[in-house]
Design a protein around this ligand. Structure first.
Ligand code: TYD
Ligand code: MG
Length: 453
C-alpha cells in the first residue's frame, strides 16, 4: 500500500517528518503545523559525509590540524564582525533571519560592498529582486567595485553552476525561501525544498571553502517554511531584529559554532543604508526627560557589552477593582513579582495602583540586573520623587528584598563613568569586590529597604 507513496508530512516549525498527518508535532509540540509535501526520490544522494566534501577521512589529533589566521575574514563592519565572533569564517554557512523589511538585504549588500573593497570576490544571488531593484538599493548605499557580481536566479542547479564558474569567496543567497531545487517536486519555500537546498549549499560551502550567507524569512504562520528548520544545519544563526518604527536594528547571534552567542551588533537605518551604532548606550539615552519622576537609568549586559538604558514607570491610583499592569520591553511577570516584593517588604499599597513599566528605545531585555532599576523607577513614580539624572543602578532583587550581585560589575561601572554618571547604586557585595574608579560614587545597598533613606 505504501509502495507508491510519494508524499510525506512535515512540521513547518521544526521539519519533523511523518508518514501520517498529526495535530501536534511530537518533536516541537506545536499544533497544526503539519503540511503534506512530495518527498524526493533521490534522497539518499543527498547524504553528506565530510569525506565527500573534500576533507580527509583519516582521524587526526587536534594538534595536527593547522589553523591559519587567514581563515577569518574581517568585513570591516565592526558590529557584524563581533556578532560573527571576530569575522567571517571560511567555509561556513551563516543564516540571517528576520522579519520582512527589517533590512537583511541591505545589511548583506553593505557587507558585500565592504568585502569587495577588500578585494574579495563576492557573488550576490537574489531570488527576490531583479537586478534593477538591487541596483537601486546599491545606489542608496554607495559605489561598488567590480569584485561584486550580482545574479538573479532561483534554480539551485543554475546557482551551483554560477558558483563553480565565478569561484567567489563569499556567496549571498537572498532568500532561501525562493530557491527551487529541480529534483524536488514541492514548491519553493516548502519544508523539503528549504531543507534540501540548504543541504546542498552546505556541501558547496564545506567542499569549496566558500562562506555562504543565507537569508531566511521568519513567519509564524503561513505556508513558507520558517528558517527554524535550518537552524541546526548551519554553522551560525543571526537574527536581525528591531522595531519597524524605531530606526535602530539589532543583530543578534542565536547560534555560533565559532564564537559567543551573546553578542549583539547595533545598527541604525538611515537614508544611505545601515549605519553602525558604536556606542549604543548614548543612543539609547538620547532624549531622556529631565527632572521627571519614575525615570531611572540602569545598566544591562548584552554579551560582553554593557548597555545603559532608561527604565520608566508610571504608578497611579487605579480606578477599577483590578489594577492594570503592563511591561514593555521587559518581563511582565518579573514586574509583577517585584511589585509584590515592594508591597510586602516596604509596605507600599501597590495593589491599589496601576503600574506601567517601559524600557525606552524599544529594546527587549529580561536580565535580572534590571530588577533594581525597575524597583527604583516604581518607587520614584509612587512617591513622585525625582531620581537625580546623574544616577545609575543595577542589581538583582530577591524575594526577601535583598539586592544580589550580578555579573561584570566593573564593566558596568566603567560604562557609567564613560557616559558621565556620578552615582551608581549597586549591590554592596560588588562594591566591596571591585576597584574603585575615579569620578563616580558607588552606593552599595544590601536590601531594598536601604532605598527608603
Ligand atoms: P530590506 O533590506 O529590503 O529588508 P529585508 O531584506 O529584510 O526584507 O530593507 C528594506 C527597508 O529598509 C525598507 O523599509 C526601506 C529601508 N531602507 C532605508 O531606510 N534606507 C536605505 O538606504 C535602504 C537601502 C533601505
Ligand atoms: Mg530582502
Amino acid at each position: 500500500m505504501a509502495k507508491g507513496k510519494s508524499t510525506a508530512f512535515f512540521c513547518k516549525e521544526c521539519g519533523y517528518e511523518s508518514a501520517k498527518w498529526m495535530g501536534q508535532c511530537p518533536a516541537c509540540k506545536e499544533w497544526n503545523t503539519f503540511v503534506e509535501e512530495p518527498v524526493s526520490k533521490s534522497k539518499n544522494k543527498q547524504q553528506i559525509g565530510l569525506a565527500r566534501l573534500g576533507e580527509q577521512a583519516k582521524p587526526l589529533a587536534v594538534s595536527q590540524i593547522s589553523l591559519d589566521e587567514e581563515d577569518r575574514i574581517k568585513t570591516g563592519i565592526e558590529e557584524l564582525d563581533r556578532v560573527l565572533g571576530g569575522g567571517i569564517v571560511k567555509g561556513s554557512l551563516v543564516l540571517v533571519g528576520g522579519d520582512p523589511g527589517i533590512g537583511k538585504s541591505t545589511l548583506l549588500l553593505q557587507t558585500c560592498k565592504c568585502l569587495a573593497e577588500l578585494e574579495k570576490k563576492v557573488l550576490y544571488i537574489s531570488g527576490e529582486e531583479s537586478l534593477k531593484q538591487i541596483k537601486m538599493r546599491a545606489n542608496r548605499i554607495g559605489s561598488f567595485n567590480d569584485n561584486l557580481l550580482l545574479l538573479c536566479e532561483t534554480s539551485l542547479q543554475s546557482m551551483e553552476e554560477a558558483i563553480k564558474d565565478v569561484k567567489p569567496e563569499i556567496v549571498i543567497v537572498d532568500s532561501i525561501q525562493t530557491i527551487c531545487n529541480d529534483e524536488i517536486d514541492s514548491a519553493p519555500g516548502s519544508v523539503s525544498q528549504v531543507r534540501e537546498s540548504t543541504n546542498r549549499l552546505l556541501q558547496i560551502a564545506k567542499g569549496m571553502g566558500i562562506t555562504i550567507f543565507i537569508v531566511g524569512h521568519v513567519t509564524k504562520e503561513g505556508v513558507v517554511a520558517g528558517p527554524r528548520v535550518l537552524e541546526h544545519m548551519v554553522d551560525t544563526v543571526l537574527y536581525f531584529e528591531g522595531d519597524r518604527f524605531a530606526s535602530y536594528r539589532i543583530l543578534r547571534g542565536v547560534k555560533n559554532r565559532f564564537g559567543s552567542t551573546n553578542e549583539i551588533g547595533v545598527f541604525e537605518m538611515c537614508q544611505e543604508g545601515l549605519r553602525e551604532v558604536k556606542n549604543p548606550s548614548e543612543y539609547m539615552l538620547e532624549g531622556r526627560p529631565e527632572n521627571a519622576s519614575g525615570s531611572v537609568v540602569a545598566c544591562a549586559m548584552e554579551g560582553t557589552r554593557p548597555i545603559l538604558i532608561e527604565i520608566q514607570s508610571l504608578v497611579s491610583k487605579t480606578n477599577f477593582g483590578m489594577p492594570r499592569r503592563t511591561a514593555a520591553g521587559t518581563d511582565y511577570n518579573r514586574v509583577n513579582l517585584l511589585m509584590a516584593v515592594l508591597e510586602k517588604r516596604l509596605g507600599y499599597p501597590l495593589s491599589d495602583y496601576d503600574a506601567y513599566v517601559n524600557i525606552t528605545g524599544g529594546l527587549k531585555l529580561s536580565e535580572p540586573s534590571l530588577d533594581l532599576g525597575i524597583v527604583l523607577a516604581i518607587i520614584s513614580s509612587y512617591r513622585d520623587q525625582v531620581i537625580h539624572e546623574d544616577t545609575i543602578c543595577f542589581g538583582e532583587v530577591g524575594l526577601s528584598g535583598e539586592v544580589r550581585a550580578v555579573s561584570n560589575p566593573e564593566q558596568r561601572v566603567q560604562e557609567a563613568v564613560k557616559l558621565g554618571f556620578k552615582t551608581c547604586i549597586m549591590p554592596q557585595v560588588s562594591v566591596d569586590n571591585i576597584k574603585k574608579p575615579d569620578g563616580i560614587k558607588l552606593v552599595g545597598i544590601k536590601n531594598i529597604k536601604d532605598l527608603q533613606r
